[in-house]
Design a protein around this ligand. Structure first.
Ligand code: NDP
Length: 332
């Protein structure tokens, strides 16, 4: 019998590559949780996913009702859930300020909103996954696979990584004292620190929250449920759809920079294998870990070297941004 993994945002980039890896392993049934059902189905067929190794289900993380509906529909199928991968994300790098930025020439402009009135990248990357994890915790708890796994995508832009230029490019993540959250984090509030809207920072902040979420789930629920909560940075996949709204010149130069200068570049295929390890490989099951990989070049190519595992001590790096410290156990 196959094990079951849900991967959000499996219709593009990293999510699709990991889905392919796991579907082809013969050991996993991959539930591709996609906002665009048809796109997911079409890609799975085009990429030759074996019959019975995948199933596409509709999930729009930017609408709480959709998340709840997804969980209900999944439960109605009566399948055991063994792993959940919170991968989907959106990024609006050109949305620098309230109002349009050079309207017509570049997409972006001001903030966009989720169905529930939250800034769209905060809602998709963090809030939707927060709700999904909360609801599916019950299901993961019942898995006969030990440990069942709950995995989220962090990024170097949400941590301090002296090896990679990408993480240092301003604006840096800063969630301040969570003032935006305290004020409800709903339209017109866009930023967690209640500052002026900045699309790139909103993405980075949401990723900080994603990593914090796994740390908190680990602290609160690992001992009682046995579920393993981890996060990872798979290397810089500089040419995925994530950068679809960036300036064309950036889309061209960013992969070149990451390949030739920072050596942080990793292909979708290799990044997909790395994420698949976090789902399936016993070496990547330790709850509370943040796995961080380097680029593909210099790591022996496909397969790469193993990730650097950052557990409690080095996770403190995350506390260097904004209010991470305010969420330490003793301060909650
Ligand atoms: P892509 O844009 O290629 O993939 C993102 C996926 O999320 C797409 O499948 C997209 O759907 C889906 N998605 C977006 N909004 C929603 C929504 N509201 N509901 C459901 N699904 C949604 O980006 P990547 O593959 O690069 O990113 C995957 C993850 O990896 C992200 O969490 C990102 O932060 C992380 N990451 C990426 C890095 C990189 O260098 N690219 C580096 C570090 C981390 P659709 O197919 O319909 O567009």
């Amino acid at each position: 019998d196959k094990k079951t993994v849900i991967i959000t945002g499996a219709s593009s980039g990293l999510g699709l590559a990991a889905a392919k890896e796991l579907a082809n392993s013969g050991e996993w049934m991959v539930i591709m949780a996609c906002r665009d059902f048809t796109k997911g189905e079409k890609l799975a067929i085009e990429l030759g996913f074996p019959e019975g190794s995948y199933s596409v289900m509709h999930l729009d993380l930017a609408a709480n009702n959709s998340v709840k509906q997804f969980v209900q529909t999944f439960r109605a199928r009566n399948i055991q859930l063994d792993a959940l991968v919170c991968n989907a994300a959106c990024y609006f790098p050109n949305a620098h300020k309230q109002g349009a930025f050079l309207p017509g020439l570049f997409p972006g402009g001001g903030p966009r909103w989720s169905a529930d009135g939250h800034e769209l990248s905060f809602a998709t990357n963090y809030l939707g996954h927060f709700l999904l994890c909360n609801l599916l915790l019950e299901d993961l708890k019942k898995s006969s696979v030990k440990p069942a796994r709950c995995i989220i995508l962090g990024t170097v832009t949400a941590s301090i990584n002296d090896k990679e230029v990408g993480g240092m490019i301003p604006p840096l993540a800063d969630i301040g004292q969570l003032q935006g959250m305290q004020s409800g984090m709903k339209k017109p509030i866009t930023m967690i620190d209640e500052g002026v809207f900045n699309g790139a920072k909103a993405y980075k902040d949401s990723k900080v929250c994603d990593v914090m979420l796994m740390r908190e789930l680990h602290k609160r629920f690992n001992a009682s449920t046995g579920i393993s909560f981890t996060s990872l940075y798979p290397g810089c996949i500089a040419d995925t759809g994530l950068f679809r709204e960036h300036y064309p010149v950036f889309q061209f130069l960013f992969p070149v920079l990451q390949k030739s200068i920072t050596n942080a570049y990793v292909s979708e295929g290799e990044a997909g294998r790395r994420l698949a390890k976090c789902v399936a490989d016993p070496d990547y099951s330790k709850s509370g870990s943040y796995f961080s990989w380097g680029g593909e070049s210099g790591t022996g190519g496909a397969g790469g070297t193993d990730a650097v595992e950052n557990t409690d001590a080095s996770n403190d790096r995350f506390q260097q941004y904004g209010s991470f410290k305010t969420l330490r156990e003793d301060e909650i």
